[in-house]
Design a protein around this ligand. Sequence first.
Ligand SMILES: [Zn+2]
Length: 173
Amino acid sequence: MPSPPPILSTTSPSDLTTTTTTFHLTPDEFTTLLQKSTASKSTAYCPYSNFRVGCCLLTTSGTYITGANVENASYPVTTCAERVAFGKAITEGHRGFKAVAVATDIAPPASPCGMCRQFIREFCELSVPIIMFDGSGGYSVMRLEELLPLSFGPEALGVASQTKAADQPSASS
Ligand SMILES: [Zn+2]
C-alpha cells in the first residue's frame, strides 16, 4: 500500500517553496487557491453531514473557479464540491487546468472521493496537482496520477483529451 503524502504547513516558508517549485505554481497562485477553497466551504449546502467542502480550480489562463458540496435529502443525489466546481468551469468553456484545491474542516486533509477523481480525470492532465487543505493549517499535495493510478479516460474511447495547454474559455455572459 502506498504511503500517505507528508502533511505540510501553510505557514512554513520552506514547505510553500517546495510545493510551488515542484508543481509550477507561483506563491500568489498557491495563496489564492488556499484562500478561495477555504472561503468556499461557507457556501456548502450540507445540512445532513455538516461536512463542508470547498473547492477551487485554477485554469491555465489564470481564472479561479470555486465550488462547494451540495447535499440532498435523497443522499446519493448529493454532489461534491469538486464536481460542482468542474461543472461550472466546463460550462463556462474552460478546458485547461493548472491545479485543483480542496478544503475541509478535518485533519489530516481529506482527499477527493473516487467519483470525483474520475470526474477530474476527464478534464485534467495526469500531472495536475490536487492540493488538499485541512482545517488547521496543514495540507498535502498529490498529482492526479497518484490519486487515480491506471486511470480510464477519453483516449480509451477514441476521444481526444479534453485538456488543453492553453485555456481559452468561450464567451459567456
Ligand atoms: Zn467527491
